[in-house]
Design a protein around this ligand. Structure first.
Ligand code: NDP
Length: 411
């Protein structure tokens, strides 16, 4: 018979949870939420639960210095060398080591933290995240672009090292909690939910003149600019389908997407006996972050809690692929495999950047990605890149092509 075990005392639990942590991208939306969970754990459990090994930023030197002074990591990394002397002089006599550039990021990922939160946006996070996994760290993975660009390499690294990938993306973290890996033969379908973004009900004509400000104004989640635009095009959900395939090894036909405007159900897993398990939580990244930081334990988190009396309805609908062609493009790349996901990711990063810089329109994003994919399908080897260097080379080729496509569209 199962018995309800007495809970461990707070201090016992804090010692079980305790692990040294590095946060790559600590100044971003996920990075800042991670540091909030770190602060909360310290005050809730009355001791340092996640001592910081290193934190990193790209250009936000002020925030990096402020967090470093408050939380005392052993090292910080500033990605852009232009800010190095500012950070160095601000942290003089603090005893905190200051590293710089992509070498600094690699060094931070290689330092002896038990867990590395991968929260840099885009392919810039690829090399340090892989380095952390290869040295056997637990990697809390928010940066979906790196597993989309280099899926096979990440799978191999996870198999060959003692490293573990724990998904932080809310849908994948939910799936990780719902999937019974001992019964994988009985998994019929994993359905990721999508809010539909700010343009869920907009016509194509209206979307054609959508501004960056409108695209980043997500109805439910507060996130960085790039992922907010990806949510508006639904490319985010397409990248997530590929991420799910890499993380869970499921075939494309077992992966699906449904629009759920309330963002309360994050994933649904259907089993062969007809059961469907759902994961619910408030749309607050501190829930999956706390789950990943504490895994396989559970900790108290500062995340918002769900109040079921507040909701009058839960709705589910099919995505409209006419208005959101990016999802269709990503699905085709998921099916095609090989080089396609790397090209998709790179082209999308460029197109989103161009849209945010007001050089192309909102509908131009999917168009530039489609044209890049179609042009490169004739030019590049369709095999999946085998090494990190191959991924970076293909990523570079795809970015150059996507920039050309965006320039043509802007002309
Ligand atoms: P943000 O844009 O808010 O933050 C990105 C972080 O990466 C910042 O710390 C930024 O530093 C750093 N960074 C940016 N470019 C570089 C670079 N070239 N080299 C080194 N560091 C760099 O992004 P989010 O927090 O929104 O997203 C981070 C990742 O997590 C993305 O992959 C996203 O898809 C994923 N994700 C995000 C969610 C969210 O709720 N935000 C939810 C699920 C997944 P600086 O601040 O100095 O520019």
């Amino acid at each position: 018979m199962n018995t309800y075990k007495h809970m461990q005392s707070s201090s016992e639990l804090a010692s079980v949870l305790a692990r040294r942590l590095t946060v790559l991208g600590s100044t971003g939306s996920v990075g800042a939420a991670t540091l909030d969970v770190v602060r909360f754990a310290r005050s809730h459990y009355g001791q340092e639960v996640f001592p910081l090994e290193a934190i990193t930023a790209y250009r936000n030197a002020d925030r990096l210095v402020r967090d470093a002074r408050e939380l005392g990591p052993k090292a910080v990394v500033i990605g852009d060398p232009a800010f190095y002397s500012e950070v160095k002089s601000s942290l003089a006599r603090s005893g905190i080591e200051v590293l710089v550039g992509s070498d600094g990021l690699l060094e931070a990922a290689g330092r002896p933290a038990d867990m590395v939160m991968s929260a840099i946006v885009g392919a810039a996070g690829l090399a340090p995240t892989l380095a952390a996994l290869e040295r056997g760290a637990m990697v809390a993975l928010a940066n979906k672009e790196c597993v989309v660009a280099a899926g096979a390499i990440f799978r191999r690294a996870a198999e060959e090292s003692r490293g573990v990938l724990i998904p932080v993306d809310s849908e994948h973290n939910a799936a990780f909690q719902l999937l019974d890996f001992e019964q994988s033969h009985a998994i019929e379908k994993v359905t990721l939910t999508a809010s539909g973004g700010p343009f869920r009900t907009w016509s194509l004509e209206r979307m054609a003149s959508a501004t960056p400000e409108q695209a980043v104004a997500h109805p439910n989640w507060s996130m960085g600019a790039k992922i907010s635009v990806d949510s508006a095009t639904l490319m985010n959900k397409g990248l997530e389908l590929i991420e799910a395939q890499v993380l869970f090894g499921l075939p494309p036909e077992k992966l699906d997407v449904v629009i759920h405007a309330q963002s309360l159900v994050h994933c649904l897993v259907a089993y062969a006996d007809g059961s469907v398990l759902a994961h619910l939580s408030a749309p607050d990244m501190k829930t999956p972050i706390a789950h990943a930081l504490a895994w396989p334990q559970r900790m108290v988190s500062p995340a918002r809690r769900l109040d079921f009396t507040e909701f009058s309805q839960f709705t589910f609908e099919k995505p409209d692929l006419q208005r959101f062609p990016s999802l269709q493009l990503a699905r085709a790349c998921l099916q095609a495999g090989g080089a396609a996901p790397t090209i998709l990711n790179a082209a999308n990063e460029v197109a989103v950047e161009q849209f945010l810089g007001r050089r192309i329109g909102f509908l131009g994003i999917a168009r530039a990605v489609e044209r890049t994919l179609s042009a490169l399908s004739r030019e590049v080897n369709s095999e999946a890149p085998a090494t990190l260097d191959d991924v970076l080379a293909l990523d570079g080729t795809a970015r150059a092509k996507a920039r050309e496509e965006c320039e043509l569209a802007a002309a």
